[in-house]
Design a binder for this molecule. Structure first.
Ligand code: GLU
Length: 418
């Protein structure tokens, strides 16, 4: 039986091996797909507000660029590790192939605690980190974007630093920028909008009535909060539980995400929301509901709690929220898992739209963005779902079969250089 790895890179490698065997890939190909193409570790100084100098460690990992330039976000978090970034870079490769956008995968991260840093410190950290990455990144080689605890302001500093270094404005170096700097309409909610389209499709194929459907969401950052809003407003689902890193709340008659968001802005947490009952994050994950959305960190669902998951559909807003063992348990229980590399691919898809718009200096309307995203997500969902049905495998295995096969075919067509 597969083990409950907590190291996301080990999970990622095991997934490739499992699927590689089903696809009948030879050992060399599996090894090639399991390892990142390039990795950079940087240790760099940042002057802090109190006059001291602090040394930070950052990474950029490029997993694969066979199908196009490397693409992936960068996260600022105290628990960033090189292995985590390797896994996330690999998942970007499969994600881009799943939704068929012409990118390879990359990821970056800096070990830091952005919640404890001033805006000035974050700006200096970002500018120095970008400068250290200069040899690796470029609008046709590796295009960073947002991820945990990085936002449109971070991307603005990123774009400015790169542009100042090359001597002219280069919006296409990074995505997730504010609209006034060449950002795309709809990028801020794109991951959640893509997730919402996947949930819509999953409910349709499962014959679940929207009026009767309830939702629990773990995490109230960009993905969790926008998912709550869109699942309620656009699909009419009832949001019965929400949480952030300090804990959760539940209310069976339904929560109003906008009002909870305002409460969190005022008090710093979703907890103690008037009319709701406080619960722990563990309780949130075990809430009886139609759709459970893990939208926080990796390893939220493990062999410890998978048995207690009481949802018909698991919509993975986070990257790598389920371990291999959890996956097996969920498959046995018959939970319909919409895997991360499909479910949260709306973010990188609209990042791709942003990059295309930047390269063409031609901008699209909100309506065009939504239509194109809807089309891509709906098609990808149906491809993965049909493959799962026809091959009698779960949706994650189906998404891996399709995406790894895409990368393998591209690798074979290009041939091994020299
Ligand atoms: N952080 C996003 C993800 O995990 C993608 C970032 C980007 O747009 O490059 O899919």
């Amino acid at each position: 039986m597969a083990s409950d790895h907590n190291n996301p890179y080990h999970v990622a490698i095991s997934q490739v091996r499992l699927v590689g065997e089903i696809l009948g890939l030879d050992g060399g190909m599996i090894e090639l797909l399991s390892r990142p193409k390039r990795e950079l570790t940087v240790n760099f100084p940042v002057p802090m507000d109190d006059g001291t100098i602090k040394i930070f460690t950052g990474y950029r990992v490029q997993h694969n660029s066979v199908r196009g330039p490397c693409k992936g976000g960068m996260r600022y978090h105290p628990e960033v590790t090189l292995d985590e970034i390797r896994a996330l870079a690999m998942w970007m490769t499969w994600k881009c192939a799943t939704v068929d956008i012409p990118y390879g995968g990359a990821k970056g991260g800096v070990i830091c605690d952005p919640k404890k840093m001033s805006s000035g410190e974050l700006e200096r950290l970002t500018r120095r980190y970008v400068s250290e990455l200069m040899p690796l990144i470029g609008p046709h080689t590796d295009i960073p974007g947002p991820d945990m605890y990085t936002d449109a302001q971070t991307m603005s500093w990123f774009m400015d630093t790169y542009s100042m270094n090359v001597g002219h404005s280069m919006p296409s170096i990074v995505t997730g920028k504010p609209i006034s700097l060449g950002g795309s309409k709809g990028r801020d909610e794109a991951t959640s909008r893509g997730l919402m389209y996947c949930v819509r499709e999953a409910m349709d194929v499962s014959d679940i009535k929207r009026k009767e459907a309830t939702v629990a969401i773990q995490g109230f950052g960009n993905v969790g909060w926008n998912a709550a809003r869109l699942l309620k407003d656009e699909l009419g689902l009832t949001i019965i539980a929400l949480s952030d890193s300090s804990g959760g709340i539940t209310k069976l008659s339904g929560l109003d995400p906008v009002s909870v968001h305002e409460h969190k802005r005022r008090t710093g947490s979703v907890q103690d929301y008037p009319g709701a009952t406080n619960i722990t994050n563990e309780e949130l994950l075990e809430t009886q509901c139609t759709v459970l959305v893990p939208a926080a960190m990796e390893n939220a669902i493990t062999s410890e709690n998978a048995d207690n998951i009481d949802a018909l559909i698991l919509a993975e807003g986070a990257n790598g929220p389920s371990t291999l063992r959890a996956d097996k348990i969920l498959a046995e229980k018959g939970t319909l898992v919409i895997p991360d590399i499909l479910c949260n691919a709306g973010g990188v898809t609209v990042s791709y739209f942003e990059w295309v718009q930047n390269l063409q200096f031609l901008y699209w309307s909100n309506v065009e963005i939504r239509e194109r995203l809807n089309e891509i997500m709906t098609y990808a969902f149906s491809k993965v779902y049909t493959t799962a049905e026809s091959k009698d495998v779960d949706m994650r295995t189906a998404a891996y079969l399709l995406s790894i096969n895409e990368v393998v075919q591209a690798t074979k067509l290009r041939g091994i250089y020299p």
